[in-house]
Design a protein around this ligand. Structure first.
Ligand code: GDP
Ligand code: MG
Length: 505
């Protein structure tokens, strides 16, 4: 009897607690749509179930950013480029390295490795990864997850600074596709030494390679002091590898290889819309091809591109931010990349030598005289043509556009503000910018990581926002814009019309 009574008390209390928790949680949900300050607080409360806790992630971050098997200590370690200090040099073993995923789609040789030394801005670094993965599959070599680093305009970089790979791309997805190992496993299995360098360059950037890998190069006789797998003969202009020639060009029995400057060297087999075969740069090939004429190269590159998208937490935050901003209403997204400090610097250089790059010269002359009125004009005119040519659900979507998100480097605030004023005056449309995003981001995702890398993360978040726009206006010749564009083409997202995307200029 006593037992029965106890059980009833326990049961009643459990029901009461569940009931109270439900009310509490629902209250949280309602508050999400209340006023701004409370909205953020309750949102934090609502998503407070940590999905996962990594040993590096012991702070207030709500979403998982850390990747199992990738140590923050290794990937964000400061490297003094003048005084070389090996990473974890005492960890030496004869065992095969531990893969980050035991069962990827492409299981590659677990005893041959390829570490790319990434180059250029954040999006170039992503293209470097894609090229490396393609080549590693052809060479049957395990991919080593490299270090990523910040952009030179990054105010938080203080010179040269590395950033954890999990902030830039979905590493788990990469390792679902191909065999991968971490940098420290590479270091351990190679006993801190690189066997050889694969490259098209006629110089070997020893210091850069050592800073990125934390390893030394095995000395070898010859011109470079290290074994080079491929480099063009002096005077030769060949600096591209065709997919069919990868093995011939880069075959090696060496275990621990570096791929120096893995950027835009790859040509893949492409077919145009009447089936004619040609060699194309990978990016051009995947953004152009019609379904009927996809080559196996294009299919592979598309698969790689789908597996090298934004980190899941960045995608999630971007989607939630948009939901908070416009709910399920359509939003036009714009990337304005023609900034004074960075882009114009390039343009001034191009305009000094107009004969060398005619395409760029034309674009640069246009950029230098383009006003916010012109940019708004382009957007409105294009949308009105789209509306005219559309039918069904698209018409409804295009007609209900009232919001525009403009992504731009921080230095372009004035230009964007002017566009906002014009759009409001002419159409009554609201322009949203990184100001709102930063506010949301720092309140909802208030943690050490945000503070340390916010400049970098805001740019990645803005890319994901643009990827989710109903229509996207891009800046030509920007890998940032290009990456958003291919993401829209290859990763179908509800309510987006990538076939309507166009340049902003
Ligand atoms: N927040 C933000 N930063 C941007 C934007 N466009 C460019 N940037 C900055 O400029 C850098 C340039 O990007 P990068 O990946 O090199 O692409 P690209 O130079 O445009 O080909 C980014 O890493 C950002 O730091 C933008 O729309 N928003
Ligand atoms: Mg760049």
């Amino acid at each position: 009897m006593q037992n029965m009574a106890n059980r009833r008390v326990v049961l009643t209390s459990a029901i009461a607690v569940t009931f109270l928790l439900t009310i509490y949680n629902n209250r949280g949900l309602v508050e999400v749509f209340a006023n701004d300050t409370r909205r953020y607080t309750s949102l934090r409360k609502h998503v407070s179930t940590r999905e996962y806790m990594h040993e590096d992630q012991k702070n207030s971050c709500l979403y998982k950013w850390a990747v199992d098997g990738l140590s923050l200590d290794v990937y964000e370690a400061e490297v003094d480029q003048t005084v070389y200090q090996p990473l974890l040099s005492n960890l030496i073993s004869n065992e095969l390295p531990r893969p980050l995923n035991r069962n990827p789609k492409y299981i590659l040789n677990p005893d041959k490795y390829l570490l790319p030394i990434l180059e250029g801005g954040p999006n170039n670094q992503i293209f470097c990864m894609r090229e490396t993965i393609f080549i590693a599959i052809k060479l049957n070599r395990t991919v080593v997850i490299p270090r990523f680093y910040k952009h030179f305009t990054d105010t938080q970089a203080d010179g040269f600074a590395f950033i954890y790979p999990g902030h830039r791309i979905n590493i788990e997805s990469v390792c679902n596709l191909v065999s991968c190992i971490s940098l420290n496993e590479f270091h351990r299995t190679c006993e801190g030494q690189i066997d050889a360098v694969m490259t098209f360059r006629t110089i070997i950037e020893n210091k850069g390679i050592m800073a990125h890998s934390g390893m030394i190069m095995k000395p070898s006789a010859g011109e470079f002091g290290v074994k080079v797998i491929y480099h063009p003969f002096p005077g030769s202009r060949k600096n591209k590898v065709y997919s069919k020639e990868i093995r011939k060009t880069f075959h090696s029995e060496d275990r621990c290889l570096i791929y120096q400057r893995p950027l835009f060297n790859l040509l893949i087999e492409s077919r145009n819309n009447i089936g004619k075969v040609s060699k194309k740069k990978a990016l051009a090939a995947i953004s152009e091809q019609g379904g009927n004429y996809k080559t196996t190269d294009v299919e592979l590159m598309e698969d790689i591109t789908r597996h090298t998208q934004a980190s899941p937490y960045i995608a999630k935050l971007a989607a939630e931010f948009l939901q908070h901003l416009v709910g399920n209403r359509p939003i036009v997204t714009v990337h304005w990349r023609y900034n004074q400090g960075d882009y114009f610097r390039r343009c001034r250089f191009v305009l000094k030598k107009p004969e060398s790059l005619p395409g760029m010269t034309k674009l640069c002359s246009k950029v230098m005289n383009y006003t916010p009125e012109d940019a708004v004009g382009t957007v409105l005119q294009k949308l009105s043509t789209d509306l005219h040519n559309s039918a069904g659900r698209r018409v409804k979507n295009l007609k209900s556009i009232r919001d525009v998100y403009i992504a731009a480097p921080p230095s372009e605030k004035l230009f964007v503000d002017k566009m906002a004023k014009i759009l409001w005056k002419r159409k009554g449309w609201t322009v949203h910018t990184s100001e709102e995003l930063e506010d949301y981001f720092t309140k909802v995702y208030d943690c050490d990581v945000t503070k340390k890398h916010s400049y970098d993360l805001i740019s990645s978040l803005e890319m994901e926002i643009c990827a989710r726009g109903t229509v996207f206006f891009r800046s030509e010749v920007s890998t940032w814009s290009n990456n958003v564009r291919v993401s829209r083409l290859l990763c179908a997202r509800e309510g987006t019309f990538p076939d309507m995307d166009s340049p902003i200029l």
